[in-house]
Design a protein around this ligand. Structure first.
Ligand SMILES: Cc1ncc(COP(=O)(O)O)c(C=O)c1O
Length: 389
């Protein structure tokens, strides 16, 4: 029988090191390897993983990470990258191909949006943006040259939940894959592949690493597509460093513990904030008042560690953030420390009022990535912030 998620976080993909019996995966911090036999092998052969030749192609530490993530996602294979953006860009370039068209949710991490809006079109790849909440708009945007449908499982910052089974049906009816960025949901709360998606990508920098100390990315999919993505990775060059891979393996061992705690704390704090007079609205997918709550119950096992709440205006947000003592004002998310940021000052700073409104984002939105601190300390800190408003 398949082992539980906590067991797999700890053990999957790893064996004691065969030479010494060392427990845990060592960091193979080397770039090159002895040729295995006197007949000089072709570098291309090393890509299949029969032996090692050069770390951009493959590396034992990186392979252990890839096996662990593939297991956690229920995928045939995984490919690790130097960043989430390297994982996303390599995946999109592999699947979209020359002149291909992508249908993507508009509700995207800012870096992915810039890639799709500015860089892919310069390479002849067109993207049509649609609303995560309107599955039919994905279907309407499909064209004969569409190569993929793309979305994020839970979006930033207003935590829209993607209907992966529905979007997978739409993509498959057009014989194209559904690619899901599941950074916000993590393999603890959702396995997009088991819901019908074909490819799952993560910024490992967030929950997978979990300690705000390693930039990384991972793609998990079937063996054939993973092989093609790895081929592109080798030549586009976004391979992960072995030390970074080891940090990710280390972080993944506690993924379930961290995310289970973050699910509970985030929901509790979101509900607490909803009852505060200075808070206009508070969002967490597990709250009944969340617009996608019914869908969230079907496609997520937990609502995740992100909470977004709304104050009167940007000035109120600045006063609130300035008063925090435990919660750190910084970009990024998914770490053990609680981090707060304002979408209009960070991820969405380029957008005018009309664009913000089209994404349901207001100038009063505060995005909180809940860490693993004591719930009471976080509650007090939020109250300290609200008192200063
Ligand atoms: C949802 C999502 N996807 C991808 C990325 C990009 O990841 P990275 O910073 O590891 O390149 C981010 C970064 O914030 C993100 O939030």
């Amino acid at each position: 029988m398949k082992k539980g998620i906590s067991t797999r976080c700890v053990h999957a993909g790893e064996e004691p090191e065969p030479t010494t019996g060392a427990m845990g995966t060592p960091i193979f911090q080397n770039t090159t390897y002895l040729y295995p036999n006197p007949d000089l092998p072709k570098a291309d052969d090393a890509r299949v993983g029969d032996y090692y030749i050069y770390t951009r192609y493959n590396n034992p530490t990186v392979e252990a990470l890839e096996r662990k993530v593939a297991d956690l996602e229920g995928a045939g294979s995984a490919v690790a990258f130097a960043s989430g953006m390297a994982a996303i860009s390599t995946t999109l370039l592999t699947i979209a191909g020359k002149g291909g068209h992508i249908v993507s949710a508009r509700d995207l991490y800012g870096g992915t949006y810039s890639l799709m809006r500015d860089i892919l079109p310069s390479l002849g790849i067109e993207v049509t943006f649609v609303d995560t909440r309107d599955a039919h708009s994905f279907g309407r945007a499909l064209r004969d040259d569409t190569r993929m449908v793309y979305c994020e499982s839970i979006t930033n910052p207003v935590l829209k939940v993607a209907d992966i089974p529905e979007l997978a049906g739409i993509a498959h009816a057009a014989s194209v894959p559904l690619v899901v960025d599941a950074t916000f949901s993590t393999p603890v709360n959702q396995n997009p592949l088991s819901l019908g998606a074909d490819v799952v990508v993560h910024s490992g920098t967030k929950y997978l690493g979990g300690h705000s100390d390693v930039v990384s990315g991972v793609v998990a999919t079937n063996d054939e597509l993973a092989h093609d993505i790895r081929e592109r990775m080798i030549f586009l060059g976004g391979c992960i460093d072995p030390s970074a891979a080891w940090l990710l393996i280390r972080g993944l061992k506690t993924l379930e513990l961290r995310v289970a705690r973050q699910n509970v704390t985030a929901r509790w704090l979101a509900e607490y904030l909803e009852g505060q007079p200075k808070v206009r609205s508070s969002l967490h997918p597990e709250m009944e008042s969340h617009p996608d709550n019914e869908l969230a119950q079907r496609v997520l096992r937990g609502g995740g560690g992100m909470v977004t709440f709304e104050l009167e205006d940007l000035e109120a947000c600045h006063r609130c953030l300035d008063a925090f003592e435990v919660i750190t004002v910084a970009p990024s998310l998914g770490g053990i420390e609680s981090i707060v940021s304002l979408p209009v000052d960070t991820s969405h700073w380029e957008l005018d009022d009309e664009e913000l409104a089209s994404l349901d984002i207001s100038r009063g939105h505060v995005r909180l990535s809940v860490g693993i601190e004591d719930i009471e300390d976080l509650r007090e800190d939020l109250l300290r912030g609200l008192d200063a408003v």
